[in-house]
Design a protein around this ligand. Structure first.
Ligand code: FE
Length: 195
């Protein structure tokens, strides 16, 4: 699978770079470990969930999030990019439209907001089928999108990543922002589940 190959290649490149930097006394191993730990421990679906819960409870924030996802997540302290800068676009589920995210080319994914991507996201089957028959693929995830609801499939790239803003659950009026965030799942943020 190309995603796995890419990961392995990047790991090798990082190790080589790490060795070079250490040899030249530029970075000490322990300091680098700390930086990588900070990067990875900061990458969890709870980040995306917090963004969604804020949008559900603050209409002005939701407006900013849909207009410029990159800037709006930065307000909450989240960086959309990794090594390269990336644009984050947030797409809102409504009664009329359900959104689902894929990377048809490889496995582009907003890692900082969703944590490491699930293996099915990187699979050839998902990447090719969700574009051709999204309704059938979502049904296999247990998500039945009503016939009257259109499905929009967003194809990620190195420059642009997508995050789905799910519909707020109907029974959630009394919940706090924190409790709402706890309801939001990773698959809900990709669009392969409802919340
Ligand atoms: Fe990709």
């Amino acid at each position: 699978m190309s995603g796995t190959h890419t990961d392995a290649r990047i790991s090798r490149q990082v190790r080589r770079l790490e060795t070079l930097l250490e040899e030249r006394g530029i970075v000490l191993g322990a300091a680098l470990d700390e930086m990588l730990d900070a990067f990875l421990s900061g990458a969890t679906p709870l980040n995306g969930a917090r963004v969604v819960a804020r949008a559900w409870t603050d209409p002005a924030y939701k407006e900013r999030l849909l207009a410029d996802g990159t800037a709006a997540v930065a307000e909450l302290g989240y960086v959309a990019g990794g090594v390269q800068p990336q644009r984050l676009r947030v797409v809102e589920n409504t009664g009329a439209t359900h959104n689902v995210v894929v990377c048809t080319l490889c496995s582009c994914y907003p890692v900082r907001l969703l944590g490491p991507s699930p293996s099915w996201y990187k699979s050839e089957a998902y990447r090719s089928r969700v574009v051709r028959e999204p309704r059938a693929v979502l049904a296999e995830f247990g998500l039945r999108v009503p016939d009257g609801t259109d499905i929009t499939v967003w194809d990620s790239s190195a420059e642009t990543r997508y995050l789905v803003l799910p519909r707020r659950p109907a029974d959630s009026d009394a919940l706090t922002e924190e409790q709402l965030a706890a309801r939001v799942t990773r698959n809900g943020l990709i669009g392969t589940a409802a919340v």
